[in-house]
Design a protein around this ligand. Sequence first.
Ligand SMILES: [Zn+2]
Length: 595
Amino acid sequence: MRRPATLLAVTAVVWSSLSGLAAGSEPSQTAPSPQVATDIVPSSPVEPPDAPADPSRASAALRAPLDGDPLGLVAYPHDARRYSLTTDHFGVYVCTWPGADGDVSLAAATALLNSEVTPYFTGLSGGAYQPTFIARKVIILDANPGSDLQECADEVLSSAEPDTTDNAAFAVMDNRYNGGLATSGMSCYGNCTDIPSTSFPENQRWAVVDGRSVTPLASPPLPSHLTTSVHEIGHTLTWPHSYSGVTASQYDNPVDVMSANSTADGTGRADDPYATIAFNRYRSGWIDPGDVVTYRGGTLELTIAPVGVVGTQMVVLPTDDPLAFLTLDARIGSAMDAIPEAFEGVTAHFIVQICDGEVCSGTESAATMYPPWPNSLEHVTATGQQAVFDLDLEKPLIAQGTTMTVLSENVAGFQIRLVGFDDIGDSIFAHDIIWLATAGITKGCGATGYCPDDPVTRGQMAAFLVRSLDLTVSGSKDFVDDDDSIFEADIERLAAAGITRGCNPPENTRFCPNDSVTRGQMAAFLVRALGLTDTTGATNFIDDDDSIFEADIERLAAAGITRGCNPPENTRFCPHDLVTREQMAAFLRRALDPA
Ligand SMILES: [Zn+2]
């Protein structure tokens, strides 16, 4: 099992906002406002200072944020899908200045975007989204703005032709650095009286990138870094960064184009844009709701398919808050997702669309690697590995403690088994219960639960022991009272193994499958099943001297399977108490998994 060293809280995603926009005299709850995502230049690990939050945004009275998404997962889905389900026209601009490098050609940059970035998004969206790029104009700034990409954006906004078909601007700085800045434009957060325009510049939707994002370098020879171009367009589609939240950097998730796109040591081909997390694809409307599976507990095996392969694209593990949930997706290297083979597996991310107690969406929301280990692949579970989802990242999962085993990989994706229950969060034996289910010894009760407090019946005991010992042989013993029991086959195997004789000696014609099992009886079952004989070092419990199971209890204690019923003294065994299902999980784990 893989666990981080400490429990880590999700830190809030911090965004700078455009000062001046959406301010003024509008009624506060109807003012659309933009979200701006700032990307640092990789060689300069300095985050820009945070601007104060937009006050009109903070006071907005939000209504029915999940309306419009069939699965109720995406906050303000109409904002998220305003541009992502059709052609999306980007007017292309170049910002240059006296003495600039002069490396960036408007025509060449536009051609490269159409030949490389358009197919990337068309593939990632299954054909739903086609960004197109149209050369617009070269803007001459007074002087080199350095890393101030906002100055370029401001000039583009003020000089853009209002009568084009553009839905956004894509501007390129005439320099070599490689960072970017973007906004998804005006959003109404489900509460606009006027739907914001989808035309640029009215909608204030733009991306600015440094020159190397679209222009190869001659010296030293380096390809254009299209990852940054794709990343900024992702922001214009409302995609947030995904990251650990452990460090100050928002660029520490190796397998997301909306983060690092490679490990800290450069492993991976970072110049090729990787795919993004499944929730961004779902957010944009590119995953059919029928290809999403919601898992609330129980034992479930399914195949998760990677981008471009038909099948389940995302598994959601909910919390009790519809705005917070864990997502799983499959990552296999392909033309649409250029990850190296070592990055392949099932990735886990925790999505939170709550900011300071209010609903938030798009680039304001959080997508956290799970577990949150920066610059690592800990959140990627490869074939043969297991992951346990038991961290408390703001909210516990309904099936907290769910264990995922990646069973195999083939062209259809990864076959996984999920084991978890929705009713064991308060059980001190939760890990034993999960262990028992992962070992295939319990299937739970009902569809999603384990019923930890229920007493174990004799029929259930038969099933537990038959599965624990892998008993397959049925004998000739045919009890008269088990024909209606779903455990009849298990009961016959248990009798054939000599572990039960019946419940009505000396005839022993009956098994009493619905009777509850006492702790004393349980001792006898386990001692017979495990063939325990040694009593060396056993606790001499003070309350079992008149029990017919005293010898069995001592053998069970000698084997370390019971410690007693009154911790921490543990001077008693309580032989007449009924065994609960959660206790049975602990007993069986100690018996079968002594480590
Ligand atoms: Zn970014």
